[in-house]
Design a protein around this ligand. Structure first.
Ligand code: PMP
Length: 420
């Protein structure tokens, strides 16, 4: 068979599926390549500080699983995931007020795979996903690969703004299109570091119910709050109309790649089928390790260790921002999770500044990656989860120095002087 239209760089270019046209390299991936150099303080990726885990104990536990139950742990299993793990997951979710049965749970390869299968079963090209402004870059990437359009809804310090959600739903309906779901990260938002206040939660659910709009609640950070017990999840308040996603990436280890989805029965069946088509089954060994950790280790104490560690890093980040960032910049004050969302002074472009920041030995993620519509030039995301507090402080200081230079050029020569 003859194909034409390929290029020398990529001879296959004329035969890719249309959906690949929405594929772009994530800003984070591009950044990871340089940011891992030891002289650079990376506040880019959202990696958990897994060195705080009891690694020896996990090693012994894993060896024991393989030695004693290797015939199951190294074998295929059901596509919905290990029943014992699903039961333990229900116990984890109970901490956020969710009552679910193991049969409602589908184990996935991280919640990223759950985002993929949910998108696969709901999104046709041209469908609309309503999402916070800004939104998690990995979710936006998935929605775009399924050729959906994202309509962003404003957040303020109290989270998603109900009036703005109403307006977005009306705007989509008026354009004759169909919004399939609201994608939301209510707790310690990635990248905004904002939490949806308790008083708005029922209202958001009611607005969606009235518009017959599904809610996709993505909650990997819910147990990582610094100021008291977790807020009840949206799924705790509404069993219908909500698909809930959880993950062990931030509360245990991102490398085990274990996440999950909880969905109403019909949706769950479709999720399992879509998931089987991708992976046959989630990774058995990983599920056994997570189940063992939950069942036989004081895992809630481990989450507490993480919380305290991240609180100290958050404090270091906010202190350093207050001490060194120029007037005209502002930032959010996360009550949990990994991220601070920074707005730079007028005229400064976070994406254009990144190479100079790398030169100044600090890395972050520019804001534009967290929007589907080109917003975010004045924004950047700082992640404080990986460097220790002293490195966090130093990273912010380095960034402030880069920013000062940038600011000086912009105020002398005007915005645009740095674009070349
Ligand atoms: N959702 C959000 C909001 C995230 O921040 C992340 C990871 N950064 C994910 C989903 C995916 O996480 P994982 O696949 O590791 O569970």
């Amino acid at each position: 068979m003859e194909f034409s239209g390929g290029s020398r760089l990529d001879p296959y270019v004329d035969r890719y599926a249309e959906r690949t046209h929405g594929m772009t390299t994530s800003e984070i991936r591009a950044l990871f390549a340089v940011a891992n150099r030891p002289e650079i303080i990376s506040m880019g990726g959202g990696s958990p500080f897994v060195s705080a885990l009891p690694l020896d104990a996990i090693g012994e536990m894993t060896a024991k699983i393989v030695a004693e139950r290797g015939a199951q742990a190294l074998q295929y299993m059901g596509g919905q995931g290990d029943p014992r793990l699903r039961e333990l997951i229900c116990g984890v979710m109970a901490l956020e007020g969710i009552s679910a049965s193991p049969d409602d749970v589908v184990v996935t390869v991280g919640s990223q795979q759950a985002l993929d299968v949910v998108s696969r079963i709901f999104l046709d090209p041209g469908d609309v996903v309503i999402a916070e402004a800004p939104s998690y870059v990995g979710a936006l990437g998935t929605f775009t690969q399924y050729q959906a359009d994202v309509v962003h809804v404003q957040m303020d310090d109290a989270g998603l703004v109900p009036e703005a959600l109403r307006a977005a739903i009306a705007q989509v309906a008026a354009s004759g299109r169909r919004a399939k779901f609201l994608y939301t990260v209510p707790n310690y938002h990635n990248p905004a570091g904002i939490t949806l206040v308790e008083e708005r939660r029922d209202e958001i659910i009611a607005i969606c119910a009235e518009a017959n709009l599904l809610i996709l609640e993505d909650n990997p950070y819910g147990l990582l709050g610094f100021d008291g017990p977790p807020l009840p999840a949206l799924r705790a308040r509404a069993t219908e109309g909500v698909i809930y996603l959880g993950s062990f990436s931030k509360t245990f280890a991102s490398g085990v790649r274990v996440g999950w989805a909880v969905a109403p029965p019909g949706v769950k069946e479709k999720l399992v089928m879509a998931s089987e088509a991708t992976t046959l089954c989630p990774v058995a060994l990983s599920q056994y390790v997570v189940a063992e950790f939950l069942a036989h280790h004081p895992w809630q104490e481990q989450v507490k260790v993480y919380r305290e560690l991240y609180r100290a890093r958050r404090d270091a980040c906010l202190d350093a921002l207050a001490a060194s960032f120029p007037t005209g910049s502002s930032w959010t004050h996360p009550a949990g999770g990994f991220y601070v969302w920074v707005t730079l002074p007028e005229g400064v472009d976070a994406k254009a500044m990144l190479p100079r920041a790398i030169q100044g030995r600090v890395a972050y993620v520019p804001g534009t990656g967290f929007y589907a519509d080109g917003q975010g030039r004045r924004n950047l995301r700082l992640s404080y989860s990986l460097p220790d507090p002293e490195r966090v402080r130093e990273g912010v200081r380095r960034l402030a120095a880069v920013l000062d230079e940038e600011f000086e050029i912009v105020s002398t020569f005007g915005a645009g002087a740095l674009d070349a």
